[in-house]
Write a protein that binds this ligand. Structure first.
Ligand SMILES: Nc1ncnc2c1ncn2[C@@H]1O[C@H](COP(=O)(O)OP(=O)(O)OP(=O)(O)O)[C@@H](O)[C@H]1O
Ligand SMILES: [Mg+2]
Length: 259
């Protein structure tokens, strides 16, 4: 039925049970779909369940209600088409950068000479072609995060899940990473779910911005961002852009009582 969607999140709920038996319902009746190749930003207050949502889509945990389909199939069928980038790059310090990028393929036993060439290509694409055989401690935070993004892309995922991937970066590096991720996504053609606390980042990158809010968390609004691509700096200063930001801020305010 939902074969045309990259992801169908069908009415999912998530209730955590504490050790002393108390239930905490974090997500309830959350329902949305992602078209193939779409870039969907997700914003919402801290604790609204964004990471929980990404973990359930990645298959790291099962929702306690509803179901998630990736290309019409339950995620438990296999995770090979999904990759995740976290806020911290988590690179293995004893492996050089290209060997960190190749790690997912080693786990699957599919590392080949061709994949090494592809890993090198990815490192070049993010401006780290000359650092392939260096180690993570020799890189800046932004560079390490770029290696982590290459590691997510090396398996050519159809779905890329990113949980505040630029949260720990300084403003200038974050700006340049925004440009890079737009370029990488357009080249790779995958669908992306991108969680961020920055509303302007969400608008600038997203085809849509989905707002999660309330307790338990549900979708408060799903706003289509009608800005041309590729997006340049000039879009950040347009009236249309600031109107989107204001609209999203008001939705987050509505759910929290903060104006
Ligand atoms: N493994 C877990 N066990 C119990 N409760 C959890 C677990 N993971 C998350 N929670 C609870 O679920 C709620 C949502 O957490 P989640 O990490 O999904 O929020 P978030 O929107 O990602 O927040 P942030 O913006 O701060 O990253 C919180 O109240 C949190 O305490
Ligand atoms: Mg989170």
């Amino acid at each position: 039925m939902n074969n045309e969607y990259a992801i169908s999140v069908n009415n999912i709920g998530m209730t955590y049970r504490s050790r002393d038996g108390h239930d905490n319902t974090v997500l309830d009746g959350l329902d949305f779909h992602v078209e193939p190749g779409q870039f969907v930003s997700i914003v919402g207050q801290s604790g609204s369940g964004k990471t929980t949502l990404l973990k359930t889509i990645s298959g790291l945990q099962q929702p306690t209600a509803g179901e998630i389909l990736v290309k019409g199939r339950p995620i438990s069928d296999g995770l090979e088409d999904i990759a995740m980038v976290f806020q911290s790059p988590v690179l293995l310090p004893w492996r050089n950068n290209i060997d960190n990028v190749l790690l997912p393929l080693e786990f699957r036993g599919t590392r080949t000479e061709e994949s090494r060439r592809y890993a090198q290509e990815l490192l070049e694409m993010v401006g780290l072609g000359d650092r392939a055989t260096r180690y993570s401690y020799e890189l800046s935070g932004g560079m390490q995060q770029r290696v982590a993004i290459c590691r997510a892309l090396v398996s050519r995922p159809e779905l890329l899940l990113m949980d505040e991937p630029f949260g720990a970066l300084d403003a200038m590096t974050r700006d340049s990473m925004n440009f890079e991720i737009q370029r990488i996504w357009q080249a790779a053609g995958c669908s992306v779910l991108f969680v961020t606390h920055s509303i302007s980042e969400a608008v600038w990158l997203g085809d849509r911005v989905v707002i999660v809010g309330g307790r338990p968390g549900r979708i408060v609004a799903d706003i289509t961002i009608d800005l041309p691509r590729p997006r340049g700096k000039e879009h950040r200063f347009s009236t249309v852009f600031s109107d989107y930001v204001t609209e999203i801020e008001s939705h987050i305010g509505v759910t929290t009582g903060i104006s």
